[in-house]
Design a protein around this ligand. Structure first.
Ligand code: CUA
Length: 338
């Protein structure tokens, strides 16, 4: 058998990575890193990391230098007698029991202190956002205002908000590295998370628990805005869309009701009230489609409606076998829902 050289990555993957970076640039995304902390909660986690890293570095350097010293200083030499065998040394044994115990205690205190900052207490206020994970998208409900949206979480800057995280199907995990800790989304269970974004901007996250075929396309966009912009966004999300304008949009709205779209989706002010799939009342105002699968524009939305399985194979939206013009009419109708 010819020897196979292992290159680490399958062929073409570097091209995929550069394409992906370009795609990110195009879509105005920033890179995510736990070291670029943008909330008191993320900063507490980063601090704990550096603290633990420093302690581990001291331990590593101490143990490694002692090992190297012992290997050189006490190596076997010709004609030398067997070295002295120490059957037990109470003083040393006490020392190497007490010192690691103290180190572990220090790590425990640091972790408990961080958890107190990151995790809400058992008795906590009502949540500001209910995050419901689905295969493979995120539903966000704002109980105070009544806003329902998908995949793009809008938050006001510098306000301490409580997120309630749950799941509609399997276990997912809500993770926005710049802003907060990972929190599991578990069916029939509620987890909570404080989130106080310290600056405006778009922060990207992803599902961090394998949840099926499209786990990789379950992106989270957190859009942090000034209180004024956030209030304006809330008002626009609560507005009930008016009648579709133009012949294409009118045909699209009719098709939306006739086809099976409304079995899964809701649009305020229409007969469509299902909550199986994402609420589409303001779908035109979102930046991406399919939880970050593609940018949101007329061409992409038409392609998505025509054959969602081509863009996100395995997703729960079937291909409805529409003609090109039917798909486009529906897309025109939906894109106008800002
Ligand atoms: Cu949802 Cu992985």
């Amino acid at each position: 058998m010819p020897e196979q050289k292992f290159s680490g990555l399958p062929r073409g993957s570097f091209r995929f990575l550069t394409n992906n970076a370009r795609k990110k640039q195009r879509m105005n995304m920033q890179d995510t890193s736990v070291f670029d902390a943008n909330s008191p909660q993320a900063r507490a986690i980063a601090r704990l990391f550096y603290f633990d890293l420093a302690i581990s570095a001291v331990i590593f350097l101490t143990v490694a230098s002692l090992v190297v010293y012992a290997v050189i200083r006490f190596r076997e030499r010709p004609g030398q007698a067997k070295p002295f065998q120490d059957p037990g040394n109470p003083r040393l044994e006490t020392l190497w029991t007490v010192v690691p115990a103290l180190i572990l205690l220090t790590l425990l205190v640091g972790t408990a202190y961080t958890m107190k900052i990151v995790n809400p207490p058992v008795v906590h206020p009502a949540p500001n956002v209910i995050v419901n994970a689905h295969q493979w998208w995120w539903e966000y409900r704002y109980p105070q205002s009544g806003v329902v949206t998908a995949n793009e979480l809008h938050l006001p800057v510098r306000e301490k908000w409580l997120l309630q995280i749950e799941s509609a199907d399997v276990i997912h995990d809500f993770w926005v590295p710049n802003l907060a800790a990972k929190v599991d989304a578990i069916p029939r269970n509620q987890n909570y998370l404080w989130l106080t974004p310290s600056r405006e901007g778009i922060f990207l996250g992803t599902c961090a628990e394998y949840c099926g075929r499209q786990h990789a396309l379950m992106g989270i966009r957190v859009i942090v805005e000034s209180p004024e912009k956030f209030a304006a966004w809330t008002r626009s999300q609560l507005r009930v869309p008016g009648k579709p304008a133009g012949p294409e949009a009118e045909r699209g709205a009719k098709l939306f009701q006739e086809q099976t779209c409304m079995n899964c989706h809701a649009i305020a002010g229409t007969q469509a009230k299902s909550t199986v799939g994402p609420d589409l009342t303001h779908v035109g105002s979102r930046q991406t489609l399919g939880a970050g699968a593609s940018p949101n524009n007329l061409e992409q939305l038409t392609a998505w409606i025509k054959d969602p399985q081509a863009i996100k194979p395995g997703c729960n939206m079937p291909s409805l076998k529409l003609t090109d013009s039917q798909a486009r009419d529906i897309a025109v109708y939906l894109e106008a829902l800002k």
